[in-house]
Design a protein around this ligand. Structure first.
Ligand SMILES: Nc1ncnc2c1ncn2[C@@H]1O[C@H](COP(=O)(O)OP(=O)(O)OP(=O)(O)O)[C@@H](O)[C@H]1O
Ligand SMILES: [Zn+2]
Length: 552
């Protein structure tokens, strides 16, 4: 036993320590939160850890992802994180995978081997996927995230708490191109125009003029002079708006200044007009020189935008500020533009550290069997921690409120008809779905494979119908019941068999489904169901007669 272990026994107590050291944990993501978390896991006594990350280390990760150093740049995050974290507690067994967690090899069955899953991801799609997999595998998940000084950590457990998708998520803002091209009104508009310009016509012009002595002048004059003067001729556009003021290259060139290019300009300072002009010229020149060099190797080389490319960020900042000046919009520092153009909020190491610590506390809670009573924790401004009770699943959530079960299948022989007869029509008290034949619909992802008017695939072997192990079939009926059937290859003689009885119906929502999904209005109504008029909720808690509750 290492001294780390005896220390952990004293801190956690023997009972929790034993649970910690015998549990198997999956950590998804080895970025800002993931690095902190992996270090915390090994230091607090977790011994069996699998870490997965699809990415390689970028130089910009080094300021906060402290398991990585300069010599690791371009190596796989998961492998380097494992090597570095291992040193904190050599008795821990860490397995690393450089993969996308959405790959088919990480099946529901694979997820089932873990005591818990810890998410340290940075995107909605992967979070949604892991949420669905953990629900299907019935493995508790700790979800976490940070944005600047804000952060949160909470537990998701099937049937006990809200899942990741129980509450609608705000989708990132987009701006209509036509509006921002002609009449930008906020700083972010100008930035996007600069980015768009760079990506479309104006960048093409820069590329074509690259190498010629007056190419920056050409592009400058087109975007900031000719285009603006043209738009000024459309009188009606400026009736209720401030008119733009074109910029003239030669006039700016003649302003006396000792700045030759960006050298010495601070990233957090808002540059003045002349400074933006000089940075525009120098960054455009550097970008085009780079392009010409790359074209010597590949004739069709292009430059693509990367928020961590200094020349690209200088160009976008200066170009958007020049345009902001024309439209009388406030200019921004390079630091601010980087947040907007890269659609990022700067990551803060301290926030990641606080949230990772909380994730470990949530994980201890899971090992003590605390789900609903394992409060969500939010980190707010002024470093205040706020805890909030974990909520029940949203009865209208289409992700966690559908029932799911594993079905073992002989894909070579069993047909959808077998599935219908032996699982879906099977009475509820025999562990089946108790559905009616003519109201069943079966979907394989977005592909309809069976309903009463489409039986083409009902009598062919499932393999021929394109079904394979780990397919998740969604079965619905006219009552709005939803059942997810996770199809696994069978290891018995039987054609088809439910691995476990279907979970009983807890909440059955018979609203006419018009209120579902997408629209904000619908989402509001889902959250406050008592305001729904004319909708009916059917609670069938014990599978006895349905109770009908009318909502006023
Ligand atoms: N589908 C996925 N499968 C595996 N790993 C993923 C998946 N999606 C995201 N990740 C990983 O999750 C981690 C999230 O970490 P973080 O938020 O710190 O992002 P980052 O890319 O390292 O930093 P930044 O975006 O701030 O430059 C990243 O390392 C990323 O590679
Ligand atoms: Zn849910």
């Amino acid at each position: 036993m290492t001294s780390r272990d005896s220390y952990n026994i004293r801190v956690l107590g023997q009972e929790l320590y034993d649970k910690v050291s015998s549990s198997k944990v999956l950590l998804i993501g080895a970025g800002g939160i993931g690095c902190e978390l992996l270090k915390n896991l090994v230091m607090s006594g977790f011994k069996d850890i699998e870490v997965i990350d699809l990415d390689t280390i970028d130089i910009s990760n080094l300021n906060r992802q402290f398991l990585f150093q300069k010599q690791h740049v371009k190596q796989a995050k998961a492998h380097v994180a494992k090597e570095s974290a291992q040193k904190f507690n050599p008795s821990a067994e860490i397995k690393s995978l450089q993969c996308n967690i959405k790959e088919a090899q990480f099946s529901v069955q694979w997820f089932k081997q873990f005591t818990m899953v810890l998410n340290a991801l940075d995107n909605l799609e992967a979070r949604r996927h892991v949420n669905a997999m953990c629900l299907a595998a019935d493995v508790p998940l700790v979800e976490s995230g940070t944005q600047g000084y804000f952060g949160q950590a909470y537990v998701i457990k099937k049937d006990e708490t809200e899942c990741f998708d129980c509450q609608p998520k705000i989708t990132p803002k987009t701006y209509p191109v036509c509006t921002i091209r002609s009449t930008p009104s906020e700083p972010i508009h100008s930035n996007e125009v600069a980015a768009l310009n760079r990506e479309t016509e104006e960048l093409k012009a820069i590329k074509e003029a690259a190498g010629s002595p007056d190419y920056t002048k050409k592009i400058f004059s087109k975007v900031y002079e000719t285009d603006i003067e043209r738009s000024l001729t459309m009188e009606s556009m400026w009736k209720n708006r401030q008119k733009p003021t074109p910029l003239h290259y030669d006039e700016l060139e003649n302003i006396m200044s000792d700045i030759a290019e960006k050298g010495g300009l601070e990233d957090r300072k808002v540059w003045d007009l002349k400074e933006n002009f000089e940075v525009f010229k120098s960054s455009a020149k550097k970008l085009s020189t780079r392009l010409l060099k790359e074209r010597e190797v590949h004739s069709d080389a292009i430059l693509s935008f990367d928020k961590d490319d200094d020349d690209a960020m200088d160009f976008v900042t200066a170009a958007s500020n020049l345009r902001a000046h024309i439209f009388g919009i406030e200019k921004n520092s390079l630091f601010d533009v980087k947040s907007m153009a890269g659609n990022i909020i700067p990551a803060i190491a301290t926030t990641n550290a606080i949230i990772s610590g909380l994730v470990i506390l949530k994980a201890f809670g899971i090992l003590r069997g605390e789900y609903k009573n394992n409060p969500r924790v939010y980190l707010h401004t002024s470093s205040r921690l706020i805890s909030e009770a974990n909520s029940d699943p949203n009865p209208n959530c289409s992700v966690c409120r559908s029932r799911s079960a594993m079905v073992s299948v002989d894909f070579e022989k069993a047909t959808l008809r077998d599935l219908i007869n032996q699982v879906l029509l099977l009475p509820v008290d025999e562990g089946g779905a108790g559905m009616e034949q003519d109201e069943i619909a079966i979907m394989d992802g977005s592909r309809m494979i069976y309903d009463v008017d489409f039986e083409d695939m009902a009598d062919i072997p499932m393999k021929e119908a394109g079904l394979k192990p780990d397919t998740i079939l969604r079965v619905t009926n006219d009552d709005g019941d939803e059942i997810d059937l996770i199809m696994e290859a069978n290891n018995t003689e039987e054609l088809i068999k439910l691995s476990s009885p279907l979970p009983k119906l807890v909440f059955k929502v018979l609203v006419k489904r018009k209120m579902e999904e997408e629209s904000e209005e619908a989402n509001k109504r889902v959250k406050t169901m008592h305001t729904i008029v004319d909708d009916v909720i059917l609670l069938d808690l014990d599978n006895a007669d349905d109770d009908i509750v009318l909502l006023d």
